[in-house]
Design a protein around this ligand. Structure first.
Ligand SMILES: *Cc1c(COP(=O)(O)O)cnc(C)c1O
Length: 243
């Protein structure tokens, strides 16, 4: 059986070779290393500990209560916790208190509440705006037409630091479709850069599409199942009740 440590090394090697072979582009995104965010939702604290011992320090969680329980169990480790799930406005305070990053900011009210709740003794909360490039009303993420206004508001909030964009395109097995969906996200990013926003993060790519995302300029790939194995069935429904 492959261990989490073996899979971690394999994924890091693929990330590295994909970035090395991606042709150099003009955008500054390609000068940066690609970081691995280990998505540990529905995985045990023991699995997180194993990945940490193998060298992984950034972990992403989707469900608040589950994440807080794991943070307590793992408080002897120097983990950088990222919140990547949907945010209900009544959960902004514990999120602002217990995470270094939030990737899933998608509306002004949430940004304002995170800013107001970020404790003064912590550095500003590092945030990405989640964009919905397919413009489907059912999907989370701000639509392109509203992106500039949200970014403009966030950079005025002293307790938030806007780092870039996150997106979860529709899953596809087709590599070219993956590329074209990620390209749209990068174009949103480039448009913000052109407007003078100082950004350095494009949080795109998951287990089944991270190579396409890296080719389109990803700086953080968020990988769960390829690293930890399949999530426990039914867990998601249970966890969202808790959140
Ligand atoms: C679950 C999840 C991931 C990881 O998905 P995998 O396909 O298991 O790699 C990444 N990002 C977000 C926002 C997620 O919810």
């Amino acid at each position: 059986m492959t261990t989490i440590g073996n899979r971690l090394q394999d994924i890091l090697a693929i990330i590295h070779s994909t970035r090395s072979s991606s042709q150099s582009r003009s955008t500054s995104l390609y000068n940066q290393p690609v970081q691995l965010l280990a998505v540990s939702k529905a995985q045990t604290s023991q699995a997180i500990r194993e990945a940490y011992m193998a060298g992984q320090t950034m972990f992403g969680e989707n469900y608040l209560q589950e994440a807080l329980d794991k943070q307590t169990q793992l408080n002897d480790l120097a983990i950088e916790w990222h919140f990547i799930g949907p945010i209900q406005s009544n959960k902004t305070q514990p999120i602002a208190q217990n995470f270094a990053w939030v990737h899933s900011v998608d509306r002004l009210k949430i940004a304002q509440r995170l800013n107001d709740a970020r404790p003064a003794n912590l550095s500003p909360l590092q945030v990405c705006i989640q964009v919905n490039t397919s413009n489907e009303a059912s999907k989370s993420g701000v639509v392109q037409a509203e992106l500039m206004a949200l970014a403009t508001a966030i950079v005025q909030m002293p307790r938030l630091k806007l780092r870039g964009l996150m997106s979860i395109p529709e899953p596809s097995k087709d590599y070219n479709k993956q590329r074209s969906q990620f390209k749209q996200v990068r174009e949103c990013y480039d448009a913000l850069l052109a407007q003078g926003f100082a950004l350095d993060t494009l949080s795109i790519g998951m287990s089944d599409d991270y190579q396409a995302a890296i080719e389109e300029g990803s700086t953080i790939v968020r990988i769960g199942s390829a690293l930890f194995g399949a999530r426990v069935a039914g867990h998601k429904a249970l966890a969202s009740e808790l959140t």
